[in-house]
Design a protein around this ligand. Structure first.
Ligand code: PLP
Length: 416
């Protein structure tokens, strides 16, 4: 599928088309609905709400307009869910207290005991631990981990019990780009759903437009952009969201990873400038990758023509938002990686030695000893995570040239 053969979808435009929510007094921003419980005018409405006959997600969205309880649907959180659905071009969306809340709820909702998941072998460490260690023991759900770029191996890993194919759009931290249309074909041929964690590439990639059934976000990262909120989201069809919110059987309702309405309000205010931020993160990540590669460093960035899936990403990406704000630098040993990070943070003020990503300042971490430390040494090796792999989430503060001069002086004498 080429960009021209697909219907052109622009996530930023899709978000802007959404009806604006006004505040209670006509404020240009929506009001925060802080109530945890909601009244009905007719007592008979309560049993109907419990049976799912009325309520925000019963049938078409907004029909009923009746709310019950904050862990079920809260109007402010519901607005953010609809905004994220617009961003991803899905029929529905809902928000969770964390990215892991979204990941675990989707897995629990879609899998029964003895079911099977095929997953990329390059995943965020928390997701890997959930699939590799937690779910087999607690729910008897097994996972086969496969190189996401090896489509034949992915297909071969399916069993009659496979319910989900789980991948990251651009993997953490190895930056492998998933061929979402082909993965969707494979999953659908086997009667499974394709779930894509799009945390690394909001706006850059629109997985649901490329065939994914479920899109997950850790909103904690680029979407919120300020490293001050932990949050997550699930974008899917009405059916799955309604199932997850079912009062008797829904994973979101029953496991309770509920987003606070004050958090939903804050994040909603940051969505309109996500496009500007992503384009700038991408512009700077590309410039840094090009300049570091030109100096002989081992850089991985999907925006570089040398990246194995560069052409694929060019084909799948929405134009105008770049190739993401994350690149990695392989310093080969942990000592060299740590030395570089300490120079960058403590001597040059280039950024912070910290996990997480998508912040407006640069965050840098050694993946093997931090966010990927859940992986066994063999799995780390298989996924291509060397002990000296440094993940950079490039910030947008200061100017590009100011930041480059800080980097340049820190790498002085460190060429590999
Ligand atoms: N998915 C990816 C790709 C991540 O990088 C992370 C966190 O680093 C998560 C999910 C989990 O998100 P949260 O920390 O918001 O629970």
């Amino acid at each position: 599928m080429t960009t021209t053969s697909r219907n052109r979808f622009d996530p930023h435009e899709s978000l802007a088309k959404l009806r604006h929510e006004f505040g209670e007094h006509g404020g240009v921003n929506m009001s925060i609905e802080a109530s945890t419980t909601f009244t009905v005018l007719e007592a008979g409405s309560l049993p109907r709400l419990f049976r799912g006959e009325i309520g925000p997600e019963s049938g078409s969205p907004d029909v009923g307009g009746c709310y019950l309880y904050g862990r079920h649907f809260n109007p402010t959180v519901y607005v953010l869910g609809r905004e994220l659905a617009a961003l991803e071009g899905t029929a529905a969306g809902y928000c969770t207290a964390s990215g892991m809340g979204a990941v675990s709820a989707v897995l629990m909702q879609c899998c029964e005991p003895s079911d099977h998941v095929v997953a990329s072998d390059a995943l965020y460490g928390g997701t890997y631990a959930l699939l590799h260690d937690f779910l087999p023991k607690k729910a008897n759900v097994a996972t086969s981990f496969v190189d996401v770029a090896d489509l034949a191996a992915i297909e071969a890993a399916f069993t009659p019990r496979t319910k989900l194919l789980y991948v990251e759009s651009i993997s953490n931290p190895t930056l492998v780009v998933a061929d979402i249309p082909k993965l969707a074909d494979i999953a659908h041929r086997h009667g499974a759903k394709l779930v894509v964690d799009n945390t690394f590439s909001p706006l850059v990639l629109s997985p649901a437009q490329l065939g994914a059934d479920v899109v997950i976000h850790s909103l904690t990262k680029f979407i919120n952009g300020a490293s001050d909120i932990i949050a997550g989201a699930i974008c899917a069809d009405h059916n799955l969201i309604a199932q997850m919110m079912d009062l008797h059987t829904g994973a979101l309702m029953l496991l309770g990873p509920t987003m606070d309405p004050r958090v939903a309000f804050e994040i909603s205010l940051r969505l309109p400038h996500l496009a500007v931020r992503m384009a700038e993160h991408g512009r700077r990540a590309l410039a840094f990758s090009e300049r570091l590669a030109a100096r002989g460093f081992k850089v991985t960035y999907p925006g570089l023509p040398s990246h194995p899936q560069h052409d694929l990403l060019r084909e799948l990406a929405n134009p105008g938002y770049g190739y993401g704000g994350i690149f990695s630098l392989d310093m080969e040993t942990a000592d060299r990686a740590n030395l570089l990070l300490e120079r960058l943070q403590n001597e040059r003020g280039f950024g912070y030695i910290a996990v997480s990503l998508g912040y407006f300042d640069t965050l840098m971490s050694v993946s093997a000893s931090s966010t990927s430390s859940e992986l066994s040494p063999e799995d780390m090796d298989r996924a291509g995570i060397s002990p000296g792999l440094v993940r950079f989430s490039i910030g947008i503060s200061g100017s590009l040239e100011q930041r480059w001069s800080q980097m340049e002086s820190a790498i002085d004498g460190m060429t590999n």
